[in-house]
Ligand binder design. Structure first.
Ligand code: THU
Length: 154
């Protein structure tokens, strides 16, 4: 078996489409509002629906550590709970903190990948995922499945 994953990389997000630039900027805005007093690692997620609406999320921590939630799941569960009539077109994730260098992207955690994949299966349509660094370089995946090949539940 051979698994092939196609992804695009870019040096400067300002080279992207107007729609993607806006999503990157929204994810960056969202991370500023993260509630991350324990890790001090701020993550923001913006999600574009097919109808043009943009939803935002960020990581929400809790003194009982496992009770907190990653930015990706905050925004994806909001989409699932309140906007399930509209497909997700693109999800963008930005992060800032000591765990990551200026030119490094956040590689989403395993639990978020599982949730990202199920959102795609649920809507029966692929969506794009933009991972953006603080510097402005990043990568674009064309399906949530590419972030979790051979997933549980397939
Ligand atoms: N975090 C996210 O929001 N997304 C990820 O994909 C990985 C980690 C959050 C969880 C926690 O609040 C902080 O980053 C440090 O792990």
């Amino acid at each position: 078996m051979k698994i092939t994953i196609e992804l695009d990389s870019f040096d400067d997000y300002r080279q992207l489409s107007k729609e993607d630039i806006q999503l990157v900027e929204k994810a960056r805005e969202a991370l500023k509002k993260a509630y991350a007093p324990y890790s001090k690692f701020k993550v923001g997620a913006s999600l574009l629906l097919e109808n043009g609406e943009i939803l935002l999320g960020n990581n929400q921590e809790n003194v009982a550590y496992p009770s907190g939630l990653c930015a990706e799941r905050v925004v994806l569960f909001n989409a699932g709970a309140n906007y399930s009539d509209h497909s997700i077109k693109t999800l963008c994730i930005a992060a800032e903190g000591d765990l990551i260098q200026e030119d490094q992207i956040l590689s989403p955690c395993g639990a978020c990948r599982q949730v990202m994949l199920e959102s795609e299966v649920r809507q029966q349509k692929k969506y794009r995922i933009i991972l953006i660094s603080s510097k402005g370089n990043g990568v674009i995946f064309h399906s949530a499945k590419d972030l979790l090949p051979i997933a549980f539940g397939e």
